[in-house]
Design a protein around this ligand. Structure first.
Ligand code: NAP
Ligand code: MG
Length: 478
């Protein structure tokens, strides 16, 4: 049984209700979390406001950086404990969970260094005037976190907010919030004042909705589905606050005839099966030029067939998916692909000996003749890759951009001009050339275009997203 963290205290939900937490590897309940609601959200927002007016608001920028650095170290000191928590909560292979915790630590480290480095300007103006700009915190920032990378997403969203002096209220996903609760405890231990960081657990439609609509918040950072993203933007409009939305994708690899096959194949397979495909930047479409089609497809199928889903302890390619609903959704897409007549080119396997009640799915590689299937338009969020042939560069660009999403893309070719042309033409927030970097890369500005959302997280730019500029105009006479 776990508790929320509000105003520096570990507490139950005001209504005393709890939610069961299920281990996706076994399908069994193993603990509970508080079912927080509007009352708890209200307490958390008030605690955050109080912290801004009190202890937390007085901490100078360089001290905020030091606190973040201490938290970064505390996370690494507890890496194994946190990785075990994350693996049990999400089903990730243990080595993936360890890496996720290292990335979480890296977020705090990166933004620790940034806390005192976002400088304002002095602006030439009329004679007799001096003008300066000052970066100020937005105030109380709301963070709604998904279940796919709880620890990483928490760091990505919360670290820059705290670095800029905001006070945060976090609503993690009901399916995976345990690592976040533990890190929030560590934050208190290293010296963050009460109320600077508050965690309200509960259901999206209860605690999440109450947080996004609360009149006391000044900003919302949301990562998750498009459906909920629209609700979040509507809620933000109610209070006229800014929101950053990261809503997933349908990212394409574009592979040309002159591809380095040995380099591309493992990266492309990893880019879809890592985290069991539950990655917003998963490379879930592969556009393959006809001249290399057979050779590349053979190498891809061989690699794909080696993928194995297992328990965290088995530490194979991937684990189960997060919950029964997600397992059924992925299996529905696979069935749909077969019905549509897509060819199954290769399948990975679920390892022998996994618990029968676990939420395991079979990694599946499909070939389509045309870019027409539902599997090529919708985010599946599972280990399912669809390959489509193309002939010309122009055709490849058109197909790469033929979805509503625009999060990430990759181009694989040795031709320098083509690398640049395709990268520039892709409608995406990030494009990789001869590599594919789902996850990590805390330094790199990240976010979507089109229906993948708006605003940028990661990188230095997140400090600007999570602060506001005040322009001070001083008339002192010439
Ligand atoms: P989701 O509902 O959008 O969940 C994301 C977060 O929003 C969770 O913390 C969720 O809380 C919360 N939430 C849900 N309803 C809310 C509401 N009305 N107001 C405020 N917050 C709310 O996503 P999901 O249902 O878990 O997953 C469905 C699909 O979303 C996936 O298949 C995938 O395609 C996509 N997805 C994308 C990402 C990404 O990284 N872009 C991440 C996760 C999911 P609870 O979970 O506690 O209800
Ligand atoms: Mg959910």
């Amino acid at each position: 049984m776990n508790q929320m963290i509000i105003d520096g205290q570990k507490i139950d939900a005001a209504n005393q209700q709890t939610l069961d937490v299920i281990n996706p590897t076994t399908g069994q309940v193993f603990t509970t979390i508080p079912r927080g609601g509007a009352e708890d959200v209200d307490r958390a927002v008030k605690a955050a406001r109080k912290a801004l007016k009190g202890d937390w608001g007085k901490v100078p920028a360089f001290e905020r950086g030091r606190l973040l650095m201490k938290l970064s170290r505390a996370v690494m000191d507890h890496q194994e404990e946190l990785a075990q928590i994350e693996a049990r909560d999400t089903g990730k292979p243990l080595s993936t969970a360890r890496n996720d915790i290292a990335v979480l630590s890296r977020y705090f480290e990166f933004y620790a260094g940034g806390a005192d480095k976002l400088h304002g300007d002095t602006i030439p103006f009329l004679n007799g005037y001096s003008v300066q700009t000052v970066h100020e915190p937005l105030g109380v920032t709301a963070h709604i976190i998904p279940w796919n990378y709880p620890a990483q997403m928490f760091g990505r969203s919360v670290a820059p907010a705290l670095a800029m002096g905001n006070a945060a209220v976090v609503k993690p996903a009901e399916d995976a919030c345990l690592s976040i609760l533990r890190v929030a405890e560590l934050a208190l231990e290293v010296g963050f004042p009460a109320g600077a960081l508050n965690i309200v657990t509960g259901l999206g439609e209860e605690a999440g909705a109450a947080l996004s609509r609360h009149p006391g918040i000044n900003f919302i950072s949301f990562t998750g589905s498009n459906e909920v993203g629209v609700l979040i933007q509507q809620a933000a409009a109610l209070n006229a606050v800014k929101c950053v939305l990261e809503l997933g994708g349908k990212s394409a690899h574009v592979v040309f005839d002159d591809v380095n096959i040995d380099l591309a194949v493992p990266a492309i397979v990893r880019g879809i099966v890592h985290n069991t495909g539950q990655t917003c930047t998963a490379g879930s479409r592969l556009l393959l030029q006809k001249g290399v089609y057979d050779r590349f497809m053979q190498a891809l199928a061989d690699e794909f067939a080696k993928t194995r889903a297992g328990t965290p302890e088995m530490d194979l390619t991937c684990g189960p998916v997060i919950n029964r609903k997600q397992m059924e959704r992925v299996n529905r897409f696979i069935e749909k692909g077969r019905q549509e007549g897509l060819k199954v080119v290769a399948e990975g396997a679920v390892a022998e000996g996994v618990p029968a009640e676990g939420f395991f799915v079979t990694p599946t590689l499909f070939a389509a003749e045309r870019h027409e299937s539902e599997l090529l338009c919708q985010e599946i969020f599972g280990p399912v890759l669809v390959v489509v042939p193309f002939e010309t560069e122009a055709e490849a660009i058109e197909l790469a951009n033929a979805t509503d999403y625009g999060l990430m893309g990759a181009v694989w070719t040795e031709n320098g001009g083509r690398q640049q042309r395709v990268a520039r033409s892709m409608e995406a927030g990030q494009v990789y050339i001869n590599s594919f970097g789902a996850g990590g890369g805390v330094e790199l500005p990240f976010g979507g275009v089109k229906r993948s959302g708006h605003g940028r997280e990661k990188g230095f730019i997140a400090l600007e997203e999570m602060s506001t500029i005040k322009t001070i105009v001083h008339h002192h006479g010439a």
